[in-house]
Design a protein around this ligand. Structure first.
Ligand code: ADE
Length: 419
């Protein structure tokens, strides 16, 4: 078996510098690493990770390795790999990595198969591709697997669908469902990194633009908040009445896509659903409109039909494809409709991934501790771990919080006192 498949081992030095830089902003993960060095909770565990190969992920993998695990990794998206990080992981840390930025779908799955050849005890996913591949074509691995963890909303939805249909064959911890994950990573992380990706790809000024956000989940909220902060007029497209109402009362315009298509300058999808921006919308868009996706899969923008109504397409800048439509207008699609924040920028900053990956490390430890005791279900992160991560993060930020007095604690558990 080849021990790795990466772009270029000579990029390792640059990758190492960036991994060290990210580490400085990951104090909670650092504390867990120190604890893992002493307790070795992952001794004799082979852990296969299918995650975005970034400097932050590198710090997670090093923590898992410090905990005694044999770690092997592949990308969770064909465009999100930082090739220098992958090289550093192989060269300096002896972690087999199978990931190349820009790999085809075929190579993407070849890399997943390479990682599965190590016969993992634990799977760590961002989007559930390891779990689904195991269930489809590598069922022989299932008896050895203790459990898995899942990083993202889309992955948790897929895994819950598997559990509901009775086909999930091992327990999963939904890291995404930890409060210290989705309240922060999905909102502030996606908010900042999506804007970062759009700006790096296009160098546009956001001030004064009509900025359309499709989906007002935690990611959509973050994107809307940051686009507003940059001076854009934010428009929300949402199918859920409660979320739409929240968006309205948060001060944003709310309308269906058919109307937003006519006035938007920039469009970002963050819904987790398919064909959110379609042919009928492209045909209504202004000349030069910019379209990007921040949802996990590249299914939210209907590129197949955009091709069909286009005369030509060309690369306008790296990560920008300009489509010339039959109606004479142009539309710019960023990062092939894949995650714009990880394709055209570096994903979420380390400080927020600190909490997400503290949860991942603790989820792996928890799975080992609970070996044989969990059902074939999707579990939330244990609340006490979530709370501990929040406390450690606050401490690292030098924030002290108020404590309940004994009298207040008693009041909160009593029912006798009223008006
Ligand atoms: N998902 C979003 N941002 C990320 C990052 N920086 N590293 C790994 N996964 C991510």
């Amino acid at each position: 078996m080849e021990k790795y498949d990466i772009k270029n081992l000579q990029l390792a030095k640059s990758g190492k510098k960036k991994i060290d830089w990210a580490e400085k902003q990951m104090p909670v993960l650092r504390l867990i690493r120190q604890e893992f060095i002493k307790t070795k909770p992952l001794k004799n565990i082979t852990l296969a990770a299918c995650l975005h190969i970034t400097t932050e992920t590198a710090n997670l993998l090093l923590t898992l390795k410090a905990g005694g695990a044999f770690v092997v990794a592949c990308a969770s998206n064909p465009l999100s790999t930082q090739d220098d990080t992958a090289a550093a992981l192989v060269k300096y840390y002896k972690i087999p990595v199978y990931a190349i930025k820009g790999e085809t779908n075929k190579i993407y799955y070849k890399h997943i198969n390479s990682v599965l050849a190590y016969k993992p005890d634990i799977t760590m996913d961002d989007g559930a591709d390891l779990v689904s591949t195991i269930h489809k074509t590598h069922r022989n691995l299932i008896p050895k697997i203790i459990g898995g963890s899942e990083e993202t909303t889309t992955g948790v939805i897929r895994l819950k669908a598997m559990a509901e249909k009775g086909v999930l064959s091992y327990p999963i911890i939904a890291v995404n469902n930890a409060k210290t994950k989705h309240f922060f990573d999905n909102r502030y992380g996606t908010g900042q990194s999506t804007i970062d990706g759009i700006i790096r790809a296009t160098n546009i000024l956001l001030a004064g633009l009509n900025f359309v956000v499709c989906g007002y989940g935690w990611c959509g909220r973050g994107i809307a908040m940051r686009a507003h902060g940059a001076g854009s007029n934010v428009i929300i497209v949402e199918t859920d009445a409660i979320r739409a109402l929240e968006a309205k009362m948060d001060g944003f315009s709310v309308m269906p896509m058919s109307k937003a298509a006519e006035i938007g300058d920039v469009f970002v999808t963050a819904t987790g659903n398919i064909n959110v921006i379609r042919k009928e919308h492209f045909l209504k868009m202004k000349d030069g409109a910019i379209v990007a996706n921040s949802g996990h899969f590249n299914v939210e923008i209907d590129l197949l039909n955009l091709e069909k109504i286009s005369e030509t397409k060309k690369e306008a800048r790296p990560f920008v494809i300009e489509y010339k439509l039959n109606n004479g207008k142009t539309i710019n699609v960023l990062a092939e409709g894949r995650l714009v924040n990880l394709s055209a920028a570096e994903g979420h900053p380390a400080s927020v991934m600190d909490m997400s990956f503290a949860n991942q490390a603790k989820a792996a430890e928890y799975l080992v501790k609970m070996k044989g005791k969990l059902e074939k279900k999707v579990y939330d992160m244990p609340e006490h771990i979530d709370k501990k991560i929040a406390e450690l993060k606050l401490k690292s930020l030098g924030v002290e919080i108020e404590k309940l007095t004994l009298e207040q604690k008693k009041y909160l558990t009593s029912w006798e006192e009223g008006t």
